[in-house]
Design a protein around this ligand. Structure first.
Ligand code: PPS
Length: 393
C-alpha cells in the first residue's frame, strides 16, 4: 500500500518490512557471489607461480608473462617458447611426447585465452624482448641413439624437465628411415629454441643402423651421442615382450632364441638377440666420433638412481645440474621412478603403460645360456667404454 506525500511529490514508499529484508538479502548474496568470483580468479592466476617449468594444476592455459617474470630466466625462456608455440597451433595439438605415451595429459590452450595471450603489453621489458624473439629451429646438438628398450624414453622425458633442453617427442627416425627427406625436413621437426638451449631427439634404432654414424657426423661432427644400455638379456626379453603385446601368436622366447636348442646354438640373426651385441655395434660409431663425445647411461641405474644418471647426463651436455633427486619419486604401483612434475605440467608423471611391462617368465637354463653367450661381448663393451655395467657380476 502507498500513501500520497505533499502535493506534486511522488508517492512515499511504504514497503512492507519483509520486502526490504528480501532486498537486503539479495544485495548480500550478490556481494558474496562477487567476492567468491574474485577469489576464484585470483586463485587461478596464482597457481602458475608454484613451479618454474611446471604448468598449472587444473588450469587449461599456460601462465602469462607477469607470472613468468617471477621465474628463473632459463625456465622463463623455455615456458615462453612453449606457450608461443602452443598458441600458434589451433586446434590444440597433443603435447610433444604423447606420440608414444597416449596417456600423457595435454595442455589445452584456446585462442586469445587468458595467460600470456592477454597481456603482452603488461609484460616487463625483459620479458617483452623475449616474447619478440621467438627462437628458431635448430638441428639437434645431442641425440639419444639407443638402445631399443634400454630406457631411452625415460631418459628423454626426465631431461625435458631441464629448462635448457628442448626435445622432439616422437622418434624422427631420420638417420635410418627418412634420410632422403633432407636436413631441412629434419630441422623442421625440431622445437624452437633460444640461444643456450639444446635441441634433442631420441631414436633408439640409430645405434644399430650401419649408415647412422657417417650420416650424423656429416650433419655435425660435434653432435653429442647418448646411449642408454641395459643388460642385453633383459633387453632381449623386453624387446620380445613388446612384440608379443602386438602379436600374441608369435613363438615362445625360448624357441626364437635358439637356432638349435639342444646344441645351445643362439640365433644371432634374431634382432632381439642381435641388438644386445653392444661392442659390435659401437665399433662403427668410434670410427666417426671420439669416445669422449659419447655417453653411456646405465638403464638399470636410470631406474635405481635416476638423479645420479641424470647428473652425469647434464654434465656431459654442459648443463647446470638442475634435475636432482627432488624431481623424482618412486611410484609403488608402477614399480618405477616417476617425475613429481613433468615438463609443461605440475602433475606427477609416470611413463605410459607401454613402459615397464611385465615380462614373461623365461626358463632358467635359457637365461643361463644367454648370459654365457653375451659375457665376452659385454666384457669387450666395458673395456671400450671404460665402465663396468655389472651385468656379469
Ligand atoms: N622411469 C621409468 N618408467 C618406466 N620404464 C622405465 C623407466 N626407466 C626405465 N624404464 C625402462 O624403459 C624400458 C623401455 O625402454 P625404451 O623407452 O628405450 O623403449 S623403446 O625402445 O623406446 O621402445 C622399459 O622396459 P620394459 O620394462 O621391458 O617395459 C623400462 O624397463
Amino acid at each position: 500500500m502507498a500513501s500520497r506525500g505533499p502535493a506534486g511529490s511522488h508517492p512515499i514508499s511504504a514497503e512492507p518490512l519483509s520486502r526490504s529484508i528480501f532486498r537486503k538479502f539479495l544485495l548480500m548474496l550478490c556481494s558474496l557471489l562477487t567476492a567468491l568470483y574474485v577469489f576464484y580468479c585470483l586463485a587461478e592466476r596464482c597457481q602458475p607461480l608454484s613451479g618454474p617449468v611446471a604448468g598449472v594444476p587444473g588450469l587449461r592455459v599456460p601462465p602469462g608473462p607477469r607470472e613468468l617474470a617471477l621465474w628463473p630466466a632459463a625456465a622463463q625462456r623455455k615456458r615462453l617458447l612453449q606457450l608461443r608455440q602452443r598458441r600458434r597451433v589451433w586446434p590444440p595439438r597433443p603435447r610433444e611426447g604423447s606420440y608414444e605415451e597416449p596417456d600423457t595429459p595435454g595442455l589445452v590452450v584456446g585462442p586469445g585465452g587468458s595467460g600470456a595471450g592477454s597481456s603482452v603489453a603488461e609484460a616487463p621489458p625483459g620479458t617483452l624482448a623475449l616474447l619478440l624473439d621467438e627462437g628458431s629451429k635448430q638441428l639437434p646438438q645431442a641425440i639419444i641413439i639407443g638402445v631399443k628398450k634400454g630406457g631411452t624414453r625415460a631418459l628423454l622425458e626426465f631431461l625435458r624437465v631441464h629448462p635448457d633442453v628442448r626435445a622432439v617427442g616422437a622418434e624422427p627416425h631420420f638417420f635410418d628411415r627418412s634420410y632422403h627427406k633432407g636436413l631441412a625436413w629434419y630441422r623442421d621437426l625440431m622445437p624452437r629454441t633460444l640461444e643456450g638451449q639444446i635441441t634433442m631427439e631420441k631414436t633408439p634404432s640409430y645405434f644399430v643402423t650401419r649408415e647412422a654414424p657417417a650420416r650424423i657426423s656429416a650433419m655435425s661432427k660435434d653432435t653429442k651421442l647418448i646411449v642408454v644400455v641395459r643388460d642385453p638379456v633383459t633387453r632381449a626379453i623386453s624387446d620380445y615382450t613388446q612384440t608379443l603385446s602386438k602379436r600374441p601368436d608369435i613363438p615362445t622366447f625360448e624357441s626364437l632364441t635358439f637356432r638349435n636348442r639342444s646344441a645351445g646354438l643362439i640365433d644371432t640373426s634374431w634382432s632381439a638377440i642381435q641388438i644386445g651385441l653392444y661392442a659390435k655395434h659401437l665399433e662403427p660409431w668410434l670410427r666417426h666420433f671420439p669416445l669422449g663425445q659419447m655417453l653411456f647411461v646405465s638403464g638399470e641405474r636410470l631406474v635405481s638412481d635416476p638423479a645420479g644418471e641424470l647428473g652425469r647426463v647434464q654434465d656431459f651436455l654442459g648443463l647446470k645440474r638442475i634435475i636432482t633427486d627432488k624431481h623424482f619419486y618412486f611410484n609403488q604401483t608402477k614399480g618405477f621412478p616417476c617425475l613429481k612434475k613433468a615438463e609443461g605440467s605440475s602433475k606427477p608423471h609416470c611413463l605410459g603403460k607401454t613402459k615397464g611391462r611385465a615380462h614373461p617368465a623365461i626358463a632358467r637354463e635359457v637365461l643361463r645360456r644367454l648370459r654365457e653367450f653375451y659375457r665376452p661381448f659385454n666384457l669387450k663393451f666395458y673395456q671400450m667404454t671404460g665402465r663396468d655395467f655389472g651385468w656379469d657380476g
